[in-house]
Design a binder for this molecule. Structure first.
Ligand code: SF4
Length: 325
C-alpha cells in the first residue's frame, strides 16, 4: 500500500472541498472494497477522506411515501419500512455478502464498488479500465464469468453489485453533492457502459459524493423479488441475478420493472422483458416470453454462452416465485 494523507471529514462541504482540491483523493466509508484495491496497488489515492463521522446514516420517509436511505447506512440495515415496501432490496442485500461484510459496507460504497474482473485487480495484467489504453487481458484469457450484454471491445467486465440491481427495479435516484450543489441521478444513468472509455464507470463527477439513495413510491415496488444464481450458496458474486417488480391490476400486469445482475457492465434494465409482460396475466406463457426477451441483444463470449440461458432462468424463477398475488 502506498502512503496517503488521511482526512477525517467534519462536514459534507469539507469532504467536497478536499476532493475538488486533490485530483487523486478518494473517499472511504466502510472500506470493504477500497482497502483491498489499495493493498493490491490497483488504486493509489493521495488523500483518503473518511466520511464515517458524517450524519448520512439514517433512513427517512419522503413526503410522497417513498424512502430515503443515507449513503452511510449499512448493508445490514434492518429498517422495517424497506422490508415492507421494497422487499427486493432486502433480498438483494442479504444475498450480497456475508453478515460481517454487510455490517461494514455502506449503500454509497456498494454503488461505487469496482469490478471483480481478476485482471483488473492484478496490476501485472493489461486492463483498459485500470490503465486506459493498455488492452483487455480478459479478451484473450478467461472470460467465463464476464458480461454478455452491454460490452464493448474495450471491456467485458460485469458490475458486481446486487443492491444496485434491486435499485434498478425500484426506479431509484441517487442524490449527490459537489461544489455546485446537489443533483439527482436516475439509477439507470448512474453506472455507465464501457464503450471506448471503461475507466469512466459512473456519472458521479470526481468532486462529488453520494448523499443518499431515494426510492419513489411505486405500486410495483411492494410486489418485488430477487433471485441470484452463484457458485457457492454461502457467499459469491452473481453469475446471473434478476430483480423484478410487478404491478398487477385485475390479474393483469399493469407495469413491470426487470433488472439483471452478473451479466453486464452495469445493472441491466431489461426493457424488452418488461414490455413482454405488460397487459398480460402473469402466467407461464407471459413469463416465458419475458425470460426470452430479457437477453435480447446478448453477445456472449465463447466461454460464457451459458449465461444467456442462466439469465433467462433467473428471470423465469423470479417472476414465477413472485406470482400473481
Ligand atoms: Fe479490464 Fe474490463 Fe478487460 Fe477486465 S474485462 S481486463 S476490467 S478491461
Amino acid at each position: 500500500m502506498d502512503p496517503f494523507q488521511y482526512v477525517r471529514a467534519e462536514s459534507v462541504g469539507q469532504a467536497v472541498r478536499v476532493l475538488a482540491e486533490h485530483p487523486r483523493a478518494a473517499v472511504i466509508a466502510g472500506g470493504t472494497d477500497l482497502t483491498t484495491l489499495m493493498r493490491d496497488r490497483v488504486r493509489r489515492p493521495s488523500h483518503l477522506i473518511d466520511l464515517g463521522g458524517l450524519a448520512l446514516d439514517t433512513v427517512t420517509a419522503r413526503p410522497d411515501g417513498g424512502l430515503r436511505i443515507g449513503a452511510l447506512c449499512r448493508n445490514a440495515t434492518t429498517d422495517a419500512r424497506i422490508a415492507r415496501d421494497f422487499p427486493v432490496l432486502v433480498e438483494a442485500l442479504r444475498s450480497g455478502a456475508s453478515p460481517q461484510i454487510r455490517n461494514r459496507a455502506t449503500f454509497g460504497g456498494n454503488l461505487l464498488q469496482r469490478v471483480r474482473c481478476p485482471y483488473y485487480r492484478q496490476p501485472e495484467f493489461d486492463c483498459n479500465r485500470r490503465d486506459p489504453g493498455s488492452g483487455c487481458a480478459a479478451l484473450a484469457g478467461d472470460s467465463s464469468r464476464h458480461a454478455i450484454l452491454g460490452t464493448s471491445g474495450s471491456c467485458v467486465a460485469v458490475h458486481p453489485s446486487d443492491c444496485a440491481v434491486a435499485l434498478q427495479a425500484l426506479d431509484a435516484e441517487i442524490l449527490v453533492r459537489g461544489p455546485r450543489g446537489e443533483r439527482r441521478i436516475p439509477i439507470d444513468a448512474f453506472h455507465r457502459l464501457p464503450g471506448k472509455a471503461p475507466q469512466r464507470e459512473v456519472a458521479l463527477r470526481r468532486d462529488e459524493i453520494v448523499l443518499a439513495v431515494e426510492m419513489p413510491p411505486r405500486a410495483a415496488s411492494a410486489h418485488s423479488h430477487y433471485v441470484k444464481f452463484r457458485e457457492r450458496a454461502s457467499y459469491a458474486f452473481a453469475l446471473a441475478s434478476a430483480a423484478v417488480a410487478v404491478e398487477l391490476r385485475g390479474g393483469t400486469v399493469r407495469s413491470a420493472r426487470i433488472a439483471l445482475g452478473g451479466v453486464a457492465p452495469k445493472p441491466w434494465r431489461a426493457k424488452a422483458a418488461e414490455q413482454a409482460l405488460r397487459g398480460r396475466p402473469l402466467d407461464d406463457d407471459a413469463i416465458d416470453a419475458a425470460a426470452r426477451a430479457a437477453t435480447r441483444g446478448a453477445t456472449p463470449r465463447p466461454d460464457n454462452t451459458y449465461k444467456v440461458r442462466l439469465a433467462q432462468e433467473v428471470v423465469r424463477q423470479a417472476l414465477t416465485e413472485l406470482g400473481g398475488a
